[in-house]
Every structure is written in C-alpha cells, then in structure tokens.
Design a protein around this ligand. Structure first.
Ligand code: FMN
Length: 166
C-alpha cells in the first residue's frame, strides 16, 4: 500500500517523527506546505502528524481544505506537543477539538512528546509564550507547559507502525 505522512512542524520534532514513520512504512513524508490534490488522489493511505500551538493543531487548515480526500484515507493522526506522552487524554482532547470532522476513532490518535526550548524560538513564539505564561497563571498544567522540555523519542513511533501494519 502506498502512503503519505503529511506533517506540520516548526521546530522539527514532528518532522523527525513523520520521517521515521515514513521510513519504517516505506512511505513518503511530506510537509503540509507541499501537499497537492494530485498527491492525495494518488496515495492509498494518509497519516497526519502535527504540532500543537496554544491548543491548535497546525495541520487543521489543510485537513479542512482536503477533508473529503483525507478522511477516507486517513489511517492515523499524530499530535506532537510539549506535553509528556503518557498524557494521552490531553492529546486526544486536542485532536478532537481540532480535527473531529475527520471522524477518527480514539485508537487512531497518538500523542507524542516534542521539544520546547525558549532559546531556539522563532519570530513571535517567545512573545506568545510569555503571554501564555500570564494567561495560565493558576492552571494546574502550567508548570509543565512552561518548562523547557525534550520528550522526543523516535522509538515511540513503533506502536504506530504496529498499528498501521495490523
Ligand atoms: C507558542 C507555542 C505554543 C505552544 N502551545 C502548546 C500547547 O498548547 N500544548 C502543548 O502540548 N505544547 C505546546 N507547545 C509546545 C510545542 O507543541 C512543542 O514544542 C512541539 O514539539 C513543537 O513541534 P515541532 O517541533 O514539530 O514544531 C507550544 C509551543 C510554542 C512555541
């Protein structure tokens, strides 16, 4: 079966996961910026992989645009955030808030830990981060959210590979 892993990544974690998954599946990894209707038509399977920014998944706009083509072929959705991988409820909630129109089952949604470093932040991100810091002052998830973290572990794609090969 031919497949595309379509990713949206700003700092590279989601791209690393997408490329490793594509390699294991002998599929192709492609940035959402380079996706065409033809590529979606020609492929048999799609996996979406997206970063999370302030609760929003960057791939949502593309998924909406090609909603019909993607929902019939989408085998799995990968959500990458600065939140630990064992917080799957958090990732599930994010996926549902952003991409419920794809009609995916819970078992098709995989949350993976990304990396978050203030020093490497581009453009408006460090500013946004400071705003977030103020906005979520008393929230229980705050401490974790504002930490510099590196949760990237490429081995965590293995359950996804196993699921796709099932
Ligand atoms: C401005 C900003 C907002 C973020 N918001 C969230 C968030 O709401 N939830 C979360 O889990 N991680 C959040 N993160 C962390 C990123 O999702 C994390 O760094 C992820 O690895 C980014 O993926 P990428 O490396 O593919 O760009 C945020 C990061 C930035 C810079």
């Amino acid at each position: 079966m031919s497949g595309l892993v379509i990713y949206c990544s700003r700092y590279g974690s989601t791209q690393e996961y997408a490329e490793a998954l594509a390699k294991s599946m002998k599929w192709e990894a492609i940035s959402y910026k380079n996706v065409s209707a033809k590529a979606l038509k020609d492929t048999e399977a799609v996996v979406l992989a997206s970063n999370v920014r302030i609760g929003k998944m960057g791939i949502t706009k593309l998924a909406k645009r090609y909603r019909n083509m993607i929902s019939s072929k989408c085998k799995a959705l990968i959500v990458v955030g600065g939140t630990e991988r064992d917080k799957q409820d958090y990732y599930l909630d994010i996926a549902k808030k952003n991409l419920s129109f794809l009609g995916l089952k819970d078992e098709q949604i995989f949350g993976l830990g990304g990396r978050q470093k203030m020093a490497g932040m581009k453009g408006m991100d460090s500013f946004l981060f400071k705003i977030m810091d103020k906005m979520i002052k008393d929230s229980p998830g705050k401490t974790e959210m504002m930490q510099e973290v590196d949760y990237v572990d490429i081995q965590h794609i293995e359950p996804i590979v196993a699921y796709l090969k099932k």
